[in-house]
Every structure is written in structure tokens, then in C-alpha cells.
Ligand binder design. Structure first.
Ligand code: FAD
Ligand code: NAP
Length: 545
């Protein structure tokens, strides 16, 4: 349907309100596929995107070393065979620039750009019960009304710069990995500080160390990291992978993690220890997250986890020359895999270089940034560039930065004050026709996220078709269904070791954020079946009007 433009007669800047069937916020993987899907249903849809282009995560995270840690063949769209057939990945794990090229290619091939507005941030979304429409406003004074409001705002898109006194007076340059400038940052001859050793820091540190004159890494918590063993792909294997893509994709969609890692139901303690080590060694040598599924109980059994974690600790220690540095880099405060595990290329080896220094922020907390460096533990480290690899206000941050109001003026921020509450991680009671792609309470970040995004968008499209075909104008999660889902999601999480770490999955990285385990830990395959069942039962757990 073509959008209508109606003169609302407000101010010159807001003279016109555009009416669409759907507004989509965000132009990453989720926003792109949602627009394609809704268009194919014949709906008019408009995307607002804060960035100057498509790509989401890959638009913003241009730091040195940024690349995916799910293999390229799997970390791509699967909904249209042409897309994968006509695209040739060049590395086992694609770099940021290649993923950006891919996303531009998809958007152009599907002619999606004409319904996208860039450099436009949605500031509010308010539901009008009398018209059953959402009114969406942007920082450019757009006013758009829509029957469906779809948040494709990303789980990891609200970059978090720590509140350290003195930053404003720093005379050098500073950057956050998640809001990296669109120009080359030249580290050569510079004294560089990196704060943070999660996946972003672990990727950036070895690359920055290649050119920086001096690199000081400020580490609060050492992280487990596995070798990626990235490599170029040859034409033959690319063609071969294309040949069984559809089949692979189906399998990934039913797997717990949305990916094709080989699994094994056997527990660590059921097997003689020499065989355990042999299996671990084999998976370690293959590189990638498949290591975590070497045995079936690594994420659920403390003793099994300890055995495997010790294996990884020994690998870390074997690489680092200085035993004191090895101590600092060896994770001991959380079970393996309970914080998002990192994949690296030469991370630990970097600390053997004479110009790389590690500062333990727990022992020597950062007191302040001075005009010329970082003051930690009474010592000033002189630096020219600071890189904050300090992560994100994950899963809820991009939503809580928008003023979202549902029925009776209910504020999402207020409703979620004690933690996010959703039904299936897609909808929230009190917010009719409001959908979150990979929202809190869905498997999202515990999986290959692109596969989870496709599952959500497909479900959403089915749901909207159902409503349209029956002339229904509103769908809303029932509070009792939401309560049951929140309880179920919690129960599932606590059957694993995942809540045992102070991770961003729990909001532990953001001062004052309530600690709720946010992603759904029951596995994507199980979750998909639950979502399908809800749809099959005429959207059980929802009220329809
Ligand atoms: P995003 O890509 O985050 O896109 C959301 C978009 O919404 C952003 O462009 C943002 O600007 C926009 N937006 C937000 N709020 C507003 C607003 N108010 N107004 C307008 N626009 C707004 N996952 C994996 O499965 N495998 C990986 O290898 C992997 N690597 C990653 C590497 C990095 C560096 C990071 C940070 C994350 C990685 N992830 C990975 C997770 C990644 O976020 C997802 O894979 C996926 O890209 C998310 O897509 P999305 O469309 O849901 O969200
Ligand atoms: P992160 O995992 O949250 O890591 C942030 C790091 O900064 C942690 O080491 C954290 O320490 C530290 N930190 C935060 N605030 C600090 C402070 N005030 N002082 C000192 N240190 C501080 O963030 P991320 O590395 O950006 O990764 C986020 C997620 O994005 C990943 O888990 C992953 O899902 C995704 N990602 C994937 C890839 C990939 O390989 N494809 C790359 C980057 C990101 P604590 O641990 O003590 O909190």
C-alpha cells in the first residue's frame, strides 16, 4: 500500500504526518529483512536509521580487527537463495568491511534503500488507543504514524563509555569501538591505551599493537578466548558450501545455537580423561566456538566446566612468557562460556611483545583521565589515544534510549525498571502492535544472531498476515502469558551455569542496571517450536481485537 501524507497543520517543521502500515527502527540485519518481508506482504513500511548507512553493528564497529566470530557461510542471510549464490565470501570469518559490502549488496539487490531514512534517530514512539496507531517522532522532526511499530534496534548497539572523571579534558583522541570513525585511525608512533578485554578488545589489541609505539591494556576481568584460525577461503570450498547451503541453514535453524558446530550429548565425566583431552585438543585445533560443544554438559555442570576451563587456562599459560602476566590474563572468576567467549587471532601472544603492557584495573583502578594520560593505582600512563572497548548497554539499552509509551501512557522504561518483561522476547503487555526483533527474552545473543533474526522476522510476518487476513487491528501480549514466559526463561537460565558470571547478559556491566538474565537460554530450536505453537494456536497468550 502506498503511504498517505496528511496535513496535520502543526508547525512548519512538522506540518505533515506520514502514514505507513509499519515503521521499522534500525537498518541492520533485522531492519533490512523486516522491510523486505513486510514489503512482500504488500505493506507500506519505512525504516529509520541513526547511522548514515545500512549495516547496524557493521556500520558502527569499524575498529581495527573487527570481524564476525560465526563463520561467514553461516553469518549471512538465508531467506533468499539468490543472495548467497551470488556472493563469495573470501575468509572463514569475514572482516567488517566485507560484511558491510555484503549488506550494501543485499539492500541494493532488493531495492530496499528507497524506504530507508538515514541519520535519523527515533526519539519517541507513542501508541494512540483511539486510532490503534503508533506515532513515531525523530530528531529531524519527522512524525510518522503506523499500525505496527517494529524495533530492530539491535542487542548490542548502545555503546557504553564509562563515566571516568577527566575524559573531557583529555588532550589526545579517544574512541569507542562501537562508534568508530569512518576514517583510518593512525596508531603508528602513538602511545595507545585500550580499556576493556571483551570480544572487541581481544580483536583490536593485536592489530593496534602492530603499529602503535606503545600499547597499554587496562584489564578489569580476564576473558576466555579461543583461537579463530581464520584463513582465506578458496573458490572450491565456497562453491561446495553453496551447494548444501539450504540444507545447512535448515539444520542451523533447529540447533540450540543457530549454528552448525558439531555437538555431542556425552558428558565430560562419562569419558576417560585422556579421551576428554584428545577430543578437546581436536576441537581446539579446528578453531571457533565448536570447542564449547565438544561435550554436552560444559555449560550445565560445574565439574565438567572446570575440567574444560583448566584445559583452556593451560593453553593460555603456555603462550605467555612472563608468569605474572600469564596470571593476570588467566580467567578464574567465572565458568568457561558464561561470559560471551571471545575468538582471537594472536591475542595472548601480543602480551609477549616488549611495547605491550598490561594493567590490572582491579588492583590499580582507573582514578581519572588526565590531559595527557590515564591515572591508575597512583601511576600515570601517558597516552596519545584511548580506545574504549567497554561494551554496550546490551539488549535493553537501545530501547530505553527511546521514549516508548503504550496503552494508557504506560512507559516501557518504567515498566522495565526492575528488568525487561516480554512474552517470547517479541512483545510486551501494554504495548499493542509493538514488536522487538531479538528482544530480551529471546535466544538472540546466545545464537548465530542472523538466524535468530530471520526466525523472528518470519514469525512477525506470519503474525501480521494472520491479523490482516482477519481484519484484526491489534495484538497484545496478555500479562499472564508474559509472567509465565519470564518465569520460564528464568528457570531455563538457572538450569545452566550462565547466570554465574557478572556478564552483560545479566546487565552486570552497567552500574545500577537490574540483574536479570536477559537472553532465552533454552536454545533456538526449542524456542522456535514454542513460537510456532503459539501461532498455530491462533496466537495463544495474546489478546486480539
Ligand atoms: P544492529 O546491527 O545493532 O542494528 C541496529 C540498528 O538500529 C543500528 O544501526 C542502530 O543505529 C539503529 N538504531 C538503534 N536505535 C535507533 C533509534 N532510536 N533510531 C534510529 N536507529 C536506531 N553476532 C553473531 O551472531 N555473530 C558474530 O560474529 C557477531 N559479531 C559481532 C561483532 C560485534 C563487534 C558486535 C558489536 C556484535 C556482533 N554480533 C555478532 C551481534 C550483532 O549485533 C548481530 O549479529 C547483528 O548484527 C544484529 O543485527 P540487528 O539488526 O539486530 O542490530
Ligand atoms: P564486553 O564484552 O562487554 O567487554 C567490555 C570490556 O570492557 C570488559 O572487559 C569489561 O570488563 C571492560 N570494562 C567495561 N567498563 C569498564 C571500566 N569502567 N573500566 C575498565 N574496564 C571496563 O564488550 P565488547 O567487547 O564490545 O563485546 C560485546 C559483545 O559484542 C560480545 O560479547 C559479542 O557478543 C559481540 N562482539 C563480537 C565480536 C566478534 O568477535 N565477532 C567482536 C566484538 C563484539 P568486565 O568484564 O569486568 O565488565
Amino acid at each position: 500500500m502506498k503511504p498517505d501524507i496528511v496535513d496535520a497543520g502543526i508547525s512548519a517543521a512538522r506540518a505533515r504526518t506520514a502514514h505507513y502500515d509499519a515503521v521499522i527502527v534500525g537498518a541492520g540485519f533485522a531492519g533490512i529483512y523486516t522491510l523486505y518481508k513486510l514489503r512482500s506482504l504488500g505493506l507500506s513500511a519505512l525504516v529509520f536509521e541513526a547511522g548514515a548507512g545500512v549495516g547496524g553493528t557493521w556500520f558502527w564497529n569499524r575498529y581495527p580487527g573487527a570481524r564476525c566470530d560465526v563463520e561467514s557461510f553461516e553469518y549471512q542471510f538465508g531467506f533468499l537463495d539468490d543472495l548467497q549464490r551470488d556472493w563469495n565470501w573470501t575468509e572463514r570469518y569475514s572482516g567488517q568491511a566485507e560484511i558491510m559490502r555484503y549488506m550494501d549488496y543485499v539492500v541494493d539487490k532488493l531495492d530496499l534503500r528507497r524506504d530507508m531514512r538515514f541519520e535519523t534517530k527515533v526519539v519517541s514512539a507513542v501508541y494512540d488507543e483511539s486510532t490503534r496507531r503508533w506515532m513515531i517522532e525523530t530528531n529531524r522532526n519527522d512524525r510518522v504514524s503506523a499500525r505496527y511499530c517494529i524495533m530492530a534496534t539491535g542487542c548490542l548497539s548502545a555503546a557504553q563509555v564509562p563515566n571516568i572523571p577527566g575524559l573531557d579534558d583529555f588532550a589526545g583522541e579517544w574512541f569507542h569501538t562501537g562508534a568508530w570513525p569512518h576514517r583510518e585511525v593512525d596508531f603508528s608512533g602513538k602511545r595507545v591505551a585500550v580499556v576493556g578485554t571483551g570480544s572487541s578488545g581481544v580483536q583490536a589489541i593485536p592489530v593496534i599493537a602492530e603499529t602503535a609505539a606503545q600499547l597499554t591494556v587496562f584489564q578489569r576481568t580476564p576473558n576466555f578466548s579461543l583461537p579463530a584460525f581464520n584463513r582465506p577461503l578458496d573458490g572450491r570450498e565456497v562453491e561446495e558450501a553453496k551447494g548444501h547451503f539450504a540444507e545447512d541453514r535448515k539444520r542451523a535453524g533447529l540447533a540450540a545455537n543457530g549454528a552448525l558446530y558439531p555437538t555431542n550429548d556425552v558428558g565430560v565425566q562419562e569419558v576417560p580423561r585422556e579421551r576428554v583431552y584428545a577430543e578437546l585438543e581436536k576441537r581446539w585445533g579446528s578453531g571457533g566456538f565448536g570447542f564449547l560443544t565438544t561435550f554436552g554438559d560444559i555449560i550445565t555442570d560445574t565439574t565438567s566446566n572446570d575440567i574444560v576451563a583448566d584445559f583452556v587456562r593451560a593453553k593460555i599459560r603456555a603462550v605467555i612468557h612472563d608468569p605474572e602476566v600469564a596470571d593476570l590474563l588467566t580467567p578464574v572468576d567465572h565458568p568457561l562460556g558464561t561470559k560471551r567467549i571471545c575468538l582471537d587471532t594472536g591475542y595472548f601472544e601480543t602480551f609477549n611483545k616488549p611495547h605491550v603492557k598490561l594493567v590490572d584495573v582491579r588492583r590499580s583502578p582507573i582514578e581519572r583521565i588526565t590531559p595527557t594520560g590515564i591515572l591508575a593505582g597512583a601511576e600515570e600512563y601517558g597516552v596519545d589515544i584511548i580506545v574504549f572497548a567497554t561494551g554496550f548497554d546490551a539488549m535493553t539499552g537501545s530501547l530505553s534510549r527511546i521514549d516508548i509509551r503504550g496503552r494508557d501512557g504506560l512507559e516501557l522504561r518504567e515498566k522495565w525498571e526492575a528488568g525487561p518483561r516480554t512474552y517470547l522476547g517479541i512483545c510486551s503487555a501494554g504495548f499493542p502492535n509493538f514488536f522487538m526483533m531479538t528482544g530480551p527474552g529471546s535466544p538472540s545473543v546466545l545464537t548465530n544472531v542472523v538466524v535468530s533474526i530471520e526466525q523472528h522476522v518470519d514469525w512477525l510476518a506470519e503474525c501480521i498476515s494472520f491479523l490482516e487476513s482477519r481484519n484484526l487491528t491489534a495484538i497484545e501480549a496478555l500479562p499472564e502469558a508474559e509472567d509465565a514466559w519470564v518465569e520460564h526463561a528464568n528457570e531455563v537460565a538457572f538450569k545452566t551455569l550462565l547466570p554465574k558470571a557478572n556478564s552483560w547478559y545479566l546487565g552486570a556491566n552497567i552500574p545500577g542496571k537490574p540483574r536479570i538474565f536477559m537472553p532465552y537460554a533454552g536454545g533456538l530450536g526449542v524456542y522456535r517450536a514454542k513460537c510456532d505453537e503459539v501461532a498455530l494456536n491462533g496466537y495463544s497468550g495474546f489478546s486480539l481485537a
